[in-house]
Ligand binder design. Structure first.
Ligand SMILES: *[C@@H]1O[C@H](CO)[C@@H](O)[C@H](O)[C@H]1NC(C)=O
Ligand SMILES: *[C@@H]1O[C@H](CO)[C@@H](O)[C@H](O)[C@H]1NC(C)=O
Ligand SMILES: *[C@@H]1O[C@H](CO)[C@@H](O)[C@H](O)[C@H]1NC(C)=O
Ligand SMILES: *[C@@H]1O[C@H](CO)[C@@H](O)[C@H](O)[C@H]1NC(C)=O
Length: 337
């Protein structure tokens, strides 16, 4: 018993550089895995991916799906692709009225070791391009996104939030890192980003509420897509709040782009949820819903917006370190907002 406790204590206090992953995961995916700082005023922490299913029910737009064969689990979530245009119109919709602030929206604040105790809130997906390039995606899940306060109004909230960073490796060496932010993000060359404790692991600053990922602490204006400024109308805030080590509570998968197959490195973690093509939160509430508010009917300025799609929709087999979305791929070699 004592030896067991001692072992547990050692595992928890093991240096971050020695975090464990299932066998088969490339060592570099652990050595260079990002660590995160959440904002000091964050209220919506990382959340258990599977728990989202316990607090939601699947709807096609607003209509409950009643004829699902098996209770939903991470093992069979892709059965929802039979509904609503191949899953595209399926929304995992909160069972609770979110305006009553159900506690599950809060997620789990990382403990002093950076672990989200009892919550697997991260998924690591390795795509080996087979030409020396390996992309490792580190996905971060939150039960809720608080959009922010603009023009004195709270807008852009949604149930469910998927964000990620991706490190591109060439011959096992980290070359560049992508930080997801709203509909796009930023890329930096690996050598220029801040490293945790001067070691090898990049530091990610997670914006208050929106969970957008940035390379530096401070204020980030993202009014103009692709151009981040220190000040402006639409701002994100990052600082060194709670420390989070996403890979300490993660699922680990490889992805084969040639056939779209996900494989769990441990051979037992469910993979079918990764094939679900629907949303991880409520559909944007109708204008007639008393909870909804908007500014001048402008699409981006609604109080409640759609929940997000999952990892599969984030271009896991991209050409560049940026998503292939038509935006210029600028790989920055100086740090900035
Ligand atoms: C952070 O988000 C919370 C809501 O979750 C909000 O009350 C607070 O004002 C935000 N702080 C900053 C600096 O944006
Ligand atoms: C579920 O029920 C709807 C409405 O009755 C029907 O259109 C649909 O084909 C059914 N889907 C499955 C997978 O059973
Ligand atoms: C769901 O709503 C969208 C509009 O938001 C509509 O285009 C789509 O046809 C609807 N899907 C179904 C299955 O009714
Ligand atoms: C995946 O990306 C590689 C380039 O890295 C490309 O050769 C291959 O055709 C892509 N596969 C698919 C299925 O798009």
């Amino acid at each position: 018993m004592l030896s067991l406790l001692l072992f547990a204590a050692l595992a928890l206090t093991a240096p971050l550089e020695k975090r464990q992953a299932p066998s088969g995961v490339p060592a570099f995916a652990v050595t260079y895995a990002p660590v995160a700082y959440l904002h000091s005023q964050e209220q919506y922490f990382p959340s258990d991916i599977g728990s989202q299913l316990a607090h939601t029910e699947p709807r096609v737009n607003y209509t409950l799906i009643t004829n699902i064969s098996d209770p939903l689990s991470l093992d069979n979530l892709d059965q929802l692709n039979q509904f609503g245009r191949g899953g595209q119109d399926v929304y995992l919709t909160s069972v609770d009225d979110i305006e009553t602030n159900p506690v599950w929206l809060d997620g789990v604040k990382p403990d002093s070791n950076g672990l989200t105790d009892g919550a697997i809130s991260s998924a690591v997906i390795v795509n080996d391009h087979k030409d020396g390039v390996v992309d490792v995606f580190y996905f971060y899940f939150y039960a809720y996104d608080f959009g922010g306060v603009y023009f004195n109004r709270n807008i852009g909230n949604h149930v469910g939030d998927w964000e990620y960073t991706m490190v591109r490796f060439r011959s096992g060496k980290p070359k560049a890192i992508w930080y997801s932010q709203h509909s796009n993000g930023q890329a930096f060359k690996y050598p220029v980003v801040e490293k945790y404790n001067g070691g090898s692991r990049p530091v990610v600053y997670v914006a208050n509420g929106t969970h957008a990922n940035y390379a530096v602490s401070g204020t980030h204006d993202h009014t103009i897509p692709n151009i981040n400024l220190p000040n402006g109308a639409v701002q994100d805030y990052t600082d060194k709040g709670a420390f989070w080590d996403p890979i300490a509570s993660a699922y680990w998968f490889s992805y084969d782009a040639s056939n779209g197959v996900f494989t769990a490195y441990d051979g037992s973690t469910p993979t079918n949820w990764l094939k679900y093509l629907g949303r991880w939160g409520d559909k944007q509430y109708a204008d007639s819903d008393p909870r909804q508010e908007d500014i001048l009917d402008i699409p981006g300025l609604y109080k409640y917006t759609n929940g997000p799609t999952g990892p599969e929709d984030k271009q896991l087999n991209r050409t560049k370190v940026c998503p292939d979305n038509g935006n210029l791929c600028i790989v920055r070699f100086v740090l900035g907002p």
